[in-house]
Design a protein around this ligand. Structure first.
Ligand code: RET
Length: 251
């Protein structure tokens, strides 16, 4: 009988808490949007999209949806027998598929990135998420599964590098035409976002990748990252921008 590695009370409670945080975060956008005139609500709209998707995704996971079991860690001696099945919350990849392009869109618009570069960044991001999902779903079998998993991981990391190469080089060039405060905010938010995003492949490697930490720890780690990368990011963008220069509000 295979052993099931899955989330328990701590993990499920975390999912509900994060659902609540995204809900409150979403409601909090309302008064912020009302403080500025209609044509200046682009970033509010994008942020509302991000937080709505995250809220639904966490509600789904908290109610037991969007999860599956993937066979892991077999040995040559008994390659035909799956000893462990690890719970994989694939719902988060569906969330990321839509929210990460929206977050990148905010950064791209803030910098005044060209349409071509913006499309490239978003395509690289979709590529990163889809290949990462495949990596997470690869069933382990000696010499094939374990290796394919890291192949997909590496392929996904290439998407990650393309995103940041284009965003930083193109963004720095484009943002020269922005007011200095806007440029400063773009650089600051990009650095913060890059550091946060870089933690995702690390968590993946330790969890779905090498199965070194529990599913509960995985849920908590992604929860902290998701709240920071979504609520932290959008509030920082909206609050700093409201009190900064007005020009970028109108695109
Ligand atoms: C995966 C798979 C392994 C390789 C890489 C990954 C990167 C994931 C990232 C996710 C970011 C998510 C955010 C969500 C919510 O705001 C898919 C884990 C590179 C960067 C920011």
């Amino acid at each position: 009988i295979p052993k099931l590695l899955h989330a328990t009370k701590a993990g499920h409670t975390t999912l509900w808490v994060v659902f609540a945080i995204f809900t409150i975060g979403l409601i909090g956008l309302w008064p912020m949007a009302l403080r500025v005139e209609k044509r200046a609500r682009f970033f509010h709209g994008v942020s509302a999209g991000v937080l709505t998707i995250a809220m639904v995704s966490y509600l789904a996971m908290a109610t037991g949806l969007g999860t599956t079991f993937v066979p892991i860690h077999n040995h040559a001696a008994d390659a035909s027998v799956y000893k462990y099945f690890r719970e994989v919350y694939f719902a988060r990849y569906i969330d990321w598929l839509f929210t990460t392009p929206l977050l990148l869109l905010s950064l791209a618009v803030l910098a005044g990135l060209s349409p071509a570069d913006t499309v490239l960044v978003i395509c690289a991001d979709v590529f990163m998420i889809v290949t990462g999902l495949l990596g997470g779903l690869v069933p382990a079998r000696w010499a094939t599964g374990e290796r394919s998993r890291w192949t997909w991981f590496t392929v996904s990391c290439i998407g990650f590098l393309v995103i940041w190469y284009v965003l930083i080089t193109g963004g720095l060039r484009a943002s020269k035409h922005r007011p200095s405060k806007t440029r400063g905010l773009f650089v600051l938010l990009s650095i913060m976002t890059f550091i946060l995003w870089a933690a995702y492949p690390v968590v993946f490697a330790l969890t779905e990748g090498a199965n070194m930490v529990s599913v509960n720890t995985e849920v908590i780690a992604y929860a902290v990252l998701d709240v920071s990368a979504k609520v932290g990011f959008t509030y920082m963008l909206l609050l700093v921008h409201t009190h900064g220069e007005d020009d970028t509000w109108t695109l």
